[in-house]
Structures are given as structure tokens and as C-alpha cells.
Design a binder for this molecule. Structure first.
Ligand SMILES: [Zn+2]
Length: 289
């Protein structure tokens, strides 16, 4: 898979299983399964159906930094530690003077309309709007649909690098039918990355009590990941120089599920967050206020 072949890709998991019964259909009809999320009973077994989601980062950091500098007109963001409840990448941040992010879909199946409307779920909480445009008119985010290839996005200004090098900046990998809850969860999460947000489980202060042997065992057997890759994608934390956002928020849409088997303290279990948390809303409002 393209996203998994990249050396510096950071992977997470967004769940495609179903929680609610309101569904729309792409092709075949679908069954529904329900369980209580965000509880200590959230287990590795129920997390089994999590398809991969990935943050894409530029292979060429020099080029990436030049893109970010052009976004800021030579005035790189300085210290703006405002006690955010979620976190964004300081290095890849879009200019807060922006009032518009242009979104183009490389193809326009019916689901594209639903995805765009779901992405607009961020808008009530920030002074920035997503504007849907045609590819030929130029965009900031270029989304594609690639069934079976996972969900992923570049972060912030790296979207420009991604389009120049990959021809797209965001990819949705649903196969078959998609529930409204799942579509909302994945879309808000991936557009969160495109706005500059990072995975919440990596942020300073998350301090999750990982059961490291269990985590290594699971990801090695299920995905064939090396220890280094597991450290980089699951266990390591960002430094405070890399992100802003000081308070860890387990309810963030940018947190991926953490099953009971992967942590020592059951309080660290995280289910499927499918809505913006209060922290997410406050953060994005401060980024574009
Ligand atoms: Zn992600």
C-alpha cells in the first residue's frame, strides 16, 4: 500500500465498523453492529476491523519548509502557546489570516458530497471555510477515493507538497457501504490533519500506560511492523518544540482507538471518537479566530 511504503508515514487507525443504524449506501446493503464505545471493555477484538489511516509527511523537509515559509510570507509562526486542548503541527501550520481552504475532489462519486458536508462540521468553530472547487481551478486539498487503501492525509501546508509529488493530498479508502457515523468520524479526522492537527495519542502529556509487549506483538503480527516503526507510529510522543497544544484530550477526534489489551491502566482505554470534542472546537477556534 502506498501509504505504508513511505518511510516517514505515521499511521493511525480509524474505525470503519458501524455504531449507528442510519446509513447510506454505496453498492451493496450492509449490516449494522453496535457496542458501547469509549468504555474499558473496548478490546483488541472489537478493534480488529480498524483499517489504517495515515498522516503523510513530506519526504523532502527542506522543500516542505519552503512551502510553509511561503504560506507565512517569510514570517514563521513564533511562540503562540495558548494552552490548547488538542494539538497542531507548528511547522506545518496554515496562515491564521486565511479565511478559506479550497477543496477539490479528483473524482466526484456521490459520496464526495457527503464527505464535503461532513468536513464542514469544523466550520461553526473557526473563522475559516472550506470552499469546494474544481481541480482545474486550483485547490489546497485534493481528495481522492481509493477503496481498500486506507484513509490518510498530509498535514497542513504539506498538502501542497503532497499534491506536487503524489497528485493528491488526502485519500479515503472505504469499501462498500459506509455508515453516517463512520463517514463523519473519518472525514473530520482527515480534514483535521489537513488543517494541521496531529494525532492526539502522540502529544506531550498523553502519557498513555502502553503495555509495550502487547503493542509490539499486535502490530508485528497484524501489520508486520518493525519495532522501530511501532515506536514511531504508536509509542513515541512529539516534543513540545514540534506541536502546540498542552492538554491531552482523550476525547479528541484526532485520537485513535486504544484497546484494553494495549494499556496497563484501564483508564487509558479510548474508544471510537466520532464527534469533535470540546477541546477540538476550542483549538480550531483559536487557530482561526
Ligand atoms: Zn490520522
Amino acid at each position: 500500500m502506498e501509504s505504508q511504503s513511505r518511510e516517514n508515514v505515521v499511521e493511525c487507525f480509524i474505525v470503519v465498523r458501524l455504531i449507528v443504524d442510519r446509513r447510506f449506501f454505496i453498492g451493496a446493503s450492509a449490516a449494522c453492529s453496535c457496542f458501547m464505545c469509549a468504555s474499558n471493555s473496548f478490546s483488541q477484538e472489537v478493534a480488529e476491523s480498524m483499517p489504517s489511516c495515515a498522516i503523510m509527511t513530506a519526504d523532502d523537509q527542506l522543500a516542505s519548509d519552503k512551502i510553509a515559509e511561503s504560506e507565512w510570507g517569510g514570517n514563521a509562526p513564533q511562540n503562540d502557546d495558548m494552552g490548547f486542548e488538542a494539538s497542531y503541527s507548528l511547522r506545518k501550520r496554515w496562515n491564521p489570516d486565511r479565511r478559506e481552504i479550497r477543496v477539490a475532489f479528483l473524482t466526484n462519486p456521490p459520496i464526495a458530497d457527503h464527505v464535503f458536508r461532513a468536513a464542514q462540521g469544523w466550520e461553526p468553530y473557526m473563522k475559516l471555510k472550506f470552499k469546494r472547487v474544481n481541480v482545474r481551478d486550483g485547490a489546497d486539498i485534493y481528495a481522492r477515493f481509493a477503496p481498500g487503501q486506507g484513509h490518510y492525509s498530509y498535514i497542513g501546508t504539506d498538502c501542497r507538497w503532497g499534491y506536487a509529488n503524489d497528485g493528491h493530498t488526502m485519500s479515503f479508502g472505504w469499501e462498500g457501504s459506509v455508515s453516517t457515523t463512520d463517514l463523519r468520524r473519518v472525514t473530520l479526522h482527515e480534514f483535521g490533519h489537513a488543517l494541521g492537527l496531529v494525532h492526539e495519542h502522540h502529544v506531550p502529556g498523553s502519557d498513555i500506560s502502553w503495555n509495550k509487549p502487547a503493542v509490539y506483538d499486535y502490530y508485528e503480527k497484524k501489520y508486520g511492523w518493525s519495532k522501530e516503526k511501532i515506536d514511531r507510529n504508536i509509542l513515541n510522543q512529539y516534543t513540545r518544540n514540534e506541536v502546540r497544544g498542552t492538554a491531552y484530550d482523550a476525547a479528541s477526534i484526532m485520537h485513535y482507538p486504544v484497546p484494553r489489551e494495549h494499556v496497563i491502566d484501564p483508564e487509558d482505554v479510548v474508544g471510537w471518537n466520532s464527534n469533535l470534542s470540546q477541546g477540538d472546537k476550542i483549538l480550531i477556534g483559536k487557530m482561526w479566530s
